[in-house]
Design a protein around this ligand. Structure first.
Ligand code: SAM
Length: 289
């Protein structure tokens, strides 16, 4: 396989098609084969797998995926990249389907049902940073059958996904991701691995979907409303944050009773609670209503 991701090969393709980078689509193409190899290894792709790639760009990673997977679906929003993928860089592969679409408008669950009989797929992407959180949360919240999601994201976002209570990065995103999956940062990627160079550092994170939820919570939506309220007013006590939240209707007394039941200080802040404690707090609040 000629390594398309080598800088000179990427530049040759871009020049051949007079390609103009579109900032609005977060286009930073990977030009470091070692990083691509790490992504493929981390995603644990086999010849049995259906893989969805979000934003193939000129197809550097897609070529690797086509070599390793049974079939690949590559969803690219930029019309100008489609001829490059179809007529050039992916023309030799018969196990890839290129779809010109905005991934945020696609029903991924339907695609998995139709193309993989509903069996879990693997998702791989060097994500444009503006869609990182919406796409990951859409996949998990809509219960798309997925085994793992291996994505390049902003380093800071990867840290937020992986961290636990008591750190400055811990927040609603950490809890949401960890409720659905086990996060592991598998590589740190400096700006010089991309063309054009972004002005931030990146990281590859693998999110392995839990087979069974790690906590028992009666009302998932309620728990996430409580979590959001707790971190919206991060420096406030948990009882004040919950009491002040517009979309929650618990009284101070109900909250205090639950904190006491859980042996937590009345001055405790949400940022110190683990996922298990948020689940317990939610269950007790519902019970105590
Ligand atoms: N995978 C390529 C690589 O690693 O070199 C390109 C990665 S680049 C960071 C992000 C890609 O996602 C671009 O090709 C961009 O056009 C595409 N993209 C941006 N927004 C998208 C969306 N909403 N749906 C699908 N593709 C999108």
């Amino acid at each position: 396989m000629a390594e398309l991701c080598r800088p000179q090969n990427t530049i040759a393709i871009l020049q051949k098609y007079n390609f103009v980078f579109q900032k609005k689509y977060g286009q930073n193409f990977l030009i470091e084969p070692r990083v691509l190899e790490k992504i493929i290894r981390a995603a644990d792709i086999t010849k049995e797998d259906m893989v969805l790639e979000i934003g193939p760009g000129i197809g550097s990673m897609t070529q690797y995926l086509c070599e390793s997977a049974k079939k690949v679906f590559a969803v690219e929003i930029d019309k100008n990249l489609i001829p490059i993928l179809k007529n050039d860089t992916l023309a030799d592969y018969d196990n890839v389907t290129i779809i010109q679409e905005d991934i945020l408008k696609m029903n991924i669950g339907e695609l998995v049902e139709k193309e993989n009989n509903g069996r879990p797929i693997k998702i791989v992407a060097n994500l444009p940073y503006y869609i990182t959180t919406p796409i990951i949360m859409t996949i998990f919240e809509n219960n798309v059958p997925v085994e793992n999601v291996t994505v390049m994201v902003q380093k800071e976002v990867a840290d937020r996904m992986q961290t636990g209570p008591g750190t400055k990065d811990y927040g609603a995103l950490s809890l949401a991701v960890q409720y659905y999956a086990k996060p592991e940062i598998v590589a740190n990627v400096p700006p010089n691995c991309f063309i054009p160079r972004p002005n931030i550092s990146s990281a590859v994170i693998r999110l392995t979907r839990h087979k069974k939820c790690p906590v028992c919570v009666e009302d998932e939506k309620m728990m996430f409303r409580i979590i959001r309220a707790a971190f919206n007013q991060r420096r406030k006590t948990l009882q004040n944050s919950i009491c002040n939240a517009q979309d929650l209707s618990f009284t101070k007394l109900q909250i205090v009773e639950v904190l006491q039941k859980m042996d937590l200080l009345l001055t405790v802040r949400g940022e110190t609670l683990s996922l298990e404690q948020f689940a317990e707090f939610t269950n007790f609040l519902i019970e105590n209503r």
